[in-house]
Design a binder for this molecule. Sequence first.
Ligand code: NAD
Length: 297
Amino acid sequence: MSAAIIDGKAFAEGLRARIATHAGEFAAKAGRKAGLAVVLVGEDPASQVYVRNKGKQTIACGMESFEHKLAADTSEADLLAVVEALNADPAVDGILVQLPLPGHMNEQKVIAAINPDKDVDGFHVVNVGRLSTGLPGFVPCTPLGCVMLLKDKLGSLEGLDAVVIGRSNIVGKPMAQLLIAESCTVTVAHSRTKDLPEVVRRADIVVAAVGRPEMVKGEWIKPGATVIDVGINRVPGTQEGKSRLVGDVDFASASAVAGAITPVPGGVGPMTIAVLLRNTIVAAHRNEGLALDESAI
Ligand code: NAD
């Protein structure tokens, strides 16, 4: 293996420590803690784990966590009423509705009901528009975390060729926008891309957000490139009955060629909640009209 390992777990720890400092200063100035509300509808086990972790980390950073757990058969109107109440609550700086929602609910309609200035997930169309026009808003947590890791490793990204594999609203598209804003030359590849290996071979930066275990092979990677693996895929483990997590990149072959690479687990994964908390402390300062050097967090 020649690639340097990009340690997202360590970076996320440092980020949470900076957030905790800002959260303490915010509470002293505002006379209240910054607050994050998380709404969970139904009992999806993975979502329950995410929500529990978000709550724990919010409190550990010195912020207030408000959890709203609603039954799976809650009506869309009742969920929208909860969102409206959170929009109006001055103790709530950030609102996150855990996705996916049950099938009888329209996710776009629910996201559209969140006040864009409390939309710390950055999924509201107003924030999508702000990102693409370069206005301050909120950026989806996973791609923002990827850019933080890239800048920490490479410094300026200006002029680099970046290939993003995946075009989802949550990862691929905002990732491409962020890389454009960093003055990269960006290619977005997806399920209909012709000759993906050849496209990836051009890239100084490869971001894989596909959801296919170990799809990106080492021989696709330009020697020395930086590889960010967003994928989280559970596959059968070496021991019977056990499973393990792998990314969208074949780590063994890619790490022999790349200059730097994120592992799975311990790469991009830990960044997502840390960036959510970062967006929440930013929202709190904006909501109270308090100064904060957002680029320094
Ligand atoms: P998605 O299913 O919404 O999108 C996948 C994208 O991959 C699509 O745009 C599709 O065009 C593309 N794709 C599918 N097959 C392809 C192929 N053969 N070649 C090239 N492109 C192909 O997924 P998502 O929500 O963007 O998530 C992607 C991965 O990232 C998943 O493994 C997910 O678990 C992971 N993820 C991790 C985090 C985190 O680290 N916190 C957050 C979000 C998503």
